[in-house]
Design a protein around this ligand. Structure first.
Ligand code: HDE
Length: 756
C-alpha cells in the first residue's frame, strides 16, 4: 500500500533527524533514556520530533480490522513542536490555571486545566489480577519447517517470518513489585500470523498448581497477600499459600519447581518457557497429533542465588526488566528455539503411562525429545510501556488453523478467562483493536459497536445470512484456510464434577524432579522450603507441608524438618520408583555469556592501557563492561558507570580488578573500633566497599579476575587461589580465562554439597 502524504512527511522528518543524531550520540553502555544526551539549558526553540532510540520498536500500523496502513510506526508518537489540547488546538500556557486575577480563585471555565487533570485522574487501569508485573519486547519468529509434517499452520512453514510481541511476568506481585522475587514467571508470546493471531501463553515452569480451572481463584487467593493486612507482597513465604498447597496436594509438583532455582531466574533471557497443556496439531489432511510446546533459551537456563535475589530486590527492583532492555540495546538479542514434543493422538491421550491431559505432569525429554521448529529473536524494546506492555491482551483461544486445544480441564477454563478478564481490565469488548493487539490478518467479523470502537465498519448487514451486503462475509472452507474445530470423539459419559483417576498421583513426578537435581540444586531446594515454611506462623501448616515432603523424599524432608526444628514424619504413600530426567538440571553444561555484565574496578594506579583493551574485548564478546571507580566522571577518558557508593556485586556476572583502590573519603569504617580488630577489613588498605564487592561475588560463586595491583584486593578479601579466582600478567590474559569460566554460569565448586 502507498504511504499517505502526512505519513510520508513524518517519515522524512524522522529520517532526517535520525541521520543528524546518528550513532555518535548513542551512549556506550545501554540504559540511558532518550536517543540523544539532553542539553544543560532548557531548550527554547520548537523543532521536529527527536528519533526514538535505535533499539525501540512499536506495534505495526494496522487498522483496527487488521489491514496495513503503510504509515511508519514512528508516526504514532505525540512529539511535534507545539503543545496542543487533546483536540489539537495550540496552547499558549500549561503552567498556570485560569484565575480571576493572579491571586484570585480558579475559574470553572478553564477547559485546559480540566482536560489535563481529568485525563490524569483516569490514567490507571486495573492491573492484571495475576501476572501484573511484566516486561515486553518485540521480535520475530522464523520457522524451520520441521513442524510442516504435523500442522497446517502457515507460520510454521519453512522460512516463514512472523512478527511477535512477548511479555514476561511474575505471577503474584502487584505492578510495582520487585522482579527477583521467588515466583513462577509468565512467558506469553503473540505471533501476528497472516492466518490470525496465535497466542502461546506460557510459563517458565512446565506444570501448574491445579488440574482444573475451577481451582484457579483458590490458588491465587492463597498466594496473594493476606486479605487483612495485605502482606506479604509478591511471595509465597506465608501461611495462606502453604495452607493451600499442603491441603491441595496436586500443587506439590509446581511447588517444588518454585522452591528450586527456577523460581529465581537470572534473567528472562535465561528461562525456558512451557505451554504446560497438551495441544493438538492438525495437518492439511486433518490428521492430528498431540504436542507440548517448549521454549529453549540460547543462553541456557540460569538462576540467581537466593541472597543475590534478595539484595537485588532492594538495590535494583527492576533488574529483569532492565536486563532485557539493556541486552536488546547492546545488540545481545535474546533468542529461544521453539520446540515441540510430539505424541500420537490416541483415544487414551496418554504417553508412556503419563496422562497428557493432566497439567501437573511433564513428559521427560528423555522419553519424548523436544524437536526444534523455529527461532524467536527479541530485537526491539517498546516505545511506550503502557500502550504496548500494559495493554497487550493474550488469550489461549487465539489459535490459527492447524493448532487446536485439548480437553485439559485447566486449558478449557482458560479459554473462558482470558477474554473475560480483558473486559474489565481494558474497559470493553474491543480490546483487539488496541494497536498492540491488532491482528495482521484481515478481520471480517460481525462484532459491532461497544466501548472504544475504533473501526468504522462499512456495510449495512452485520449478520448472516444477508443479501444486503451481497452475502459478505462468507464462511471459509478448507481451501481458504479456515480454522476447523477438530472433530474429536467425546466418550458417552454421565455429567460429573470429577477428574480421571490418573490425576490422583500427586507425588511421583515431584520425586522425579527432586531425583533429577544435582547436589547443589537439591541444597537450594532444601533452603528454600526451610525459609518459606520458617516464615509461616502456624505449626500445623509447617507440619502438614513436612508430611507432603515425606512423601517426596526422606532426605529432603529430614533436612527441612531439622531447619524448622520439627520431628520428621513418615511417608503416607509409598515412595515412587522414578527414572531421573537429567534435562531438568541446570548445572553441568556450558553456554554463551552474551549480554552479561562485567564490573571493572579501576584506580589511578591501574594500567589504564590494559583497561581500555579489556573494555573493548568485553564489548566484542557481546557483554557489557561497567567501570567502577571511587567517584563519577572519567578515568583516562573512559566514563565511570558505577562509583563505590552505587556499585554493588549483584549487578555483575563477573568482576575484574585492575586496581586496589585505597579507602575513599566517603568510606565508612568497616567496624566500630570498640568491637576490636576488624578482621581482614580492619587492616585493609583497600576501600571496604570493594572488599565487600569481592566477598559477595565470591559467595555468589561468580568468576573474579585480577591483574597488576588488583591482586592485592584478592589477598585482602582472602580469596586468592580459590576456585574461579583468576590472576594473570595482563588484562587480556585474565579476561580470556574469566570468559571461559563464565560459560558454566557459576563456579559451582564453591558450593560444598551436603546432600548426595
Ligand atoms: Fe493465566 N491468566 N490462568 N495461566 N496467565 C492470566 O489473563 C488463568 C495459567 C499466564 O503477560 C489472566 O490477561 C486461569 C497457566 C500468563 O498478559 C487471566 C488459569 C499458565 C499470563 C488468567 C490460568 C498461565 C496469564 C490475567 C487456570 C501457563 C500473563 C490477565 C485455568 C501455561 C499474560 C490476563 C500477560 C494471565 C487466567 C492458568 C499463564 C485472569 C483461569 C496454566 C503468562 O485471564
Amino acid at each position: 500500500m502507498e504511504s499517505s502524504k502526512p505519513a510520508q512527511i513524518v517519515k522524512d522528518v524522522v529520517e532526517a533527524a535520525v541521520e543528524k543524531v546518528g550513532d555518535a550520540l548513542t551512549p556506550d553502555v545501554p540504559g540511558a533514556p532518550g536517543s540523544a544526551p539532553p542539553p544543560l539549558q532548557e531548550p527554547t526553540t520548537p523543532h521536529g520530533p527527536l528519533p526514538p532510540k535505535a533499539e525501540q520498536g512499536a506495534p505495526d500500523t494496522r487498522t483496527p480490522t487488521g489491514a496495513e496502513t503503510g504509515v511508519p510506526k514512528i508516526a504514532k508518537g505525540q512529539q511535534g513542536a507545539y503543545l496542543t489540547t487533546a483536540n489539537g488546538a495550540r496552547l499558549r500556557d500549561t503552567d498556570h490555571s485560569l484565575k480571576a486575577g493572579p491571586r484570585g480563585p480558579v475559574l470553572l471555565q478553564d477547559h485546559h486545566l480540566r482536560e489535563k487533570i481529568t485525563h490524569f485522574d483516569h490514567e490507571r487501569i486495573p492491573e492484571r489480577v495475576v501476572h501484573a508485573r511484566g516486561a515486553g519486547a518485540h521480535g520475530t519468529f522464523v520457522a524451520y519447517g520441521a513442524a510442516e509434517e504435523v500442522t497446517r499452520a502457515g507460520f510454521l512453514k519453512k522460512g516463514r517470518e512472523t512478527p511477535v510481541f512477548v511479555r514476561f511476568s511474575t505471577v503474584l506481585g502487584s505492578r510495582g513489585s520487585a522482579d527477583t522475587v521467588r515466583d513462577t514467571r509468565g512467558f506469553a508470546t503473540k505471533f501476528y500470523t497472516d492466518e490470525g493471531t496465535f497466542d502461546l501463553v506460557a510459563n517458565n515452569i512446565p506444570v501448574f498448581f491445579i488440574q482444573d480451572a475451577i481451582k484457579f481463584p483458590d490458588v491465587i487467593h492463597a498466594g496473594k497477600p493476606h486479605p487483612d493486612r495485605e502482606i506479604p507482597q509478591a511471595q509465597s513465604a506465608h501461611d495462606t499459600f502453604w495452607d493451600f498447597v499442603s491441603l491441595h496436594t496436586e500443587a506439590q509438583h509446581h511447588t517444588i519447581w518454585n522452591m528450586s532455582d527456577r523460581g529465581i531466574p537470572r534473567s528472562y533471557r535465561t528461562m525456558e518457557g512451557f505451554g504446560v497443556h497438551t495441544f493438538r496439531m492438525v495437518d492439511e489432511a486433518g490428521a492430528t497429533v498431540l504436542v507440548k510446546f517448549h521454549w529453549k533459551p540460547k543462553l541456557g537456563v540460569h538462576s540467581l542465588t537466593w541472597e543475590e535475589a534478595q539484595l537485588i530486590g532492594g538495590i535494583d527492583p527492576d533488574y529483569h526488566r532492565r536486563d532485557l532492555y539493556d541486552a536488546i540495546e547492546a545488540g545481545a538479542y535474546p533468542e529461544w528455539e521453539l520446540g515441540i514434543q510430539v505424541f500420537p493422538d490416541t483415544p487414551e491421550e496418554t504417553f508412556a503411562g503419563i496422562d497428557l491431559l493432566d497439567p501437573t505432569k511433564i513428559v521427560p525429554e528423555e522419553l519424548a525429545p523436544v524437536q526444534p521448529i523455529g527461532k524467536l529473536t527479541l530485537n526491539k524494546t517498546p516505545r511506550n510501556f503502557f500502550a504496548e506492555t500494559e495493554q497487550v491482551a493474550f488469550h489461549v483461544g487465539h489459535l490459527p488453523p492447524g493448532i487446536d486445544v485439548t480437553n485439559d480441564p485447566l486449558l478449557q477454563g482458560r479459554l473462558f478467562s482470558y477474554v473475560d478478564t480483558q473486559l474489565t481490565r481494558l474497559g470493553g469488548p474491543n480490546f483487539t483493536q488496541i494497536p498492540i493487539n491488532r491482528p495482521h490478518a484481515d478481520v471480517n467479523d460481525m462484532l459491532r459497536d461497544g466501548f472504544h470502537q475504533h473501526a468504522v465498519h462499512a456495510g449495512v448487514a452485520p449478520y448472516r445470512p444477508n443479501s444486503l451486503d451481497g452475502g459478505n462475509p462468507f464462511p471459509a472452507g478448507d481451501r481458504e484456510h479456515a480454522f476447523v474445530d477438530t472433530p474429536v470423539t467425546v466418550a458417552e459419559a454421565p455429567k460429573v464434577r470429577a477428574a480421571p483417576a490418573s490425576f490422583d498421583d500427586h507425588y511421583s513426578q515431584v520425586r522425579l524432579f527432586w531425583q533429577s537435581m544435582s547436589p547443589v540444586e537439591k541444597e537450594h531446594i532444601i533452603r528454600a522450603y526451610t525459609f518459606e515454611l520458617g516464615k509461616c506462623y502456624h505449626q500445623a501448616i509447617k507440619e502438614r507441608q513436612l508430611q507432603c515432603l515425606a512423601n517426596v523424599d526422606p532426605v529432603l524432608c529430614e533436612q527441612v524438618a531439622t531447619g524448622l526444628g520439627l520431628p520428621v514424619p513418615q511417608p503416607t504413600v509409598p515412595l515412587a520408583e522414578v527414572q531421573p530426567s537429567p534435562a531438568l538440571s541446570q548445572v553441568g553444561r556450558e553456554w554463551p555469556a552474551d549480554g552479561r555484565m562485567v564490573g571493572i574496578v579501576v584506580d589511578a594506579q591501574a594500567d589504564l592501557g590494559d583497561v581500555h583493551e579489556v573494555r573493548r574485548e568485553v564489548f566484542a564478546a557481546g557483554m557489557v563492561p561497567l567501570l567502577i571507580a571511587a567517584h563519577g566522571g572519567t578515568v583516562d577518558g573512559l566514563p565511570v558507570q558505577r562509583t563505590f557508593a552505587t556499585g554493588r556485586s549483584v549487578e555483575f556476572d563477573a568482576v575484574l580488578l585492575a586496581g586496589a583502590p585505597a579507602p575513599a573519603p566517603d568510606a565508612l569504617p568497616a567496624r566500630d573500633a570498640k568491637a576490636g580488630s576488624a578482621g581482614s577489613a580492619g587492616s585493609a588498605t583497600v576501600d571496604p566497599r570493594m572488599l565487600l564487592l569481592v566477598e559477595e561475588a565470591w559467595r555468589h560463586a561468580k568468576v573474579i579476575g585480577a591483574w597488576g595491583a588488583g591482586a592485592e584486593v584478592l589477598n585482602q578479601a582472602g580469596v586468592t587461589g580459590t576456585p574461579g579466582v583468576v590472576t594473570g600478567g595482563s588484562g587480556a590474559e585474565v579476561l580470556a580465562e574469566v570468559q571461559r569460566l563464565m560459560a558454566a554460569h557459576r563456579v559451582w565448586e564453591r558450593f560444598p554439597a551436603s546432600v548426595a
